[in-house]
Design a protein around this ligand. Structure first.
Ligand code: THU
Length: 128
């Protein structure tokens, strides 16, 4: 199954009764494994998790910390980039050359490097 098909399958499992905005994500490790995620909303709103962090945390919790591609699928007419929280969470494990593929309605695509979307992360060096 292609990365887009995996992300679309994850999108179909999104739990988004409040926003009705369904997101699916497929995160590929450097060795080719793919972890998927969907957004999972909560009545408190604040406890909602984005698809990207679900995929990332699934991967990290299974021992994977090196990633080469992430594909994010929505039905938006302009494919939407990951939110700031997800960019910060990804920055902990990703290199600047992580490929970000945004996929919207009709599989319209936009491609970026992680460094395009998040050039100045707060990282370990910020803590000293
Ligand atoms: N959402 C994501 O899953 N990823 C993003 O990068 C942006 C937002 C989800 C959170 C919420 O369930 C819905 O989209 C609307 O914000």
């Amino acid at each position: 199954m292609s990365l887009i098909d995996k992300a679309r399958a994850a999108q179909a499992t999104a739990y988004a009764p409040y926003s009705k905005y369904h997101v699916g994500c497929a995160l590929e490790t450097n060795s080719g494994e793919v972890f998927t995620g969907c957004n999972i909303e909560n009545a408190s709103y604040g406890a909602t998790l984005c698809a990207e962090r679900v995929a990332l945390f699934k991967a990290v919790s299974e021992g994977h910390r090196n990633f080469r591609r992430i594909l994010i699928a929505t039905d938006a007419s302009t494919p939407a980039p990951p939110c700031g929280l997800c960019r910060q969470a990804l920055s902990e494990f990703c290199t600047p050359d992580l490929e970000i593929i945004l996929c919207g309605a009709n599989d319209t695509q936009r491609r970026f490097l992680f460094s395009d979307l998040f050039p100045h992360p707060f990282d370990q060096s910020s803590l000293v």
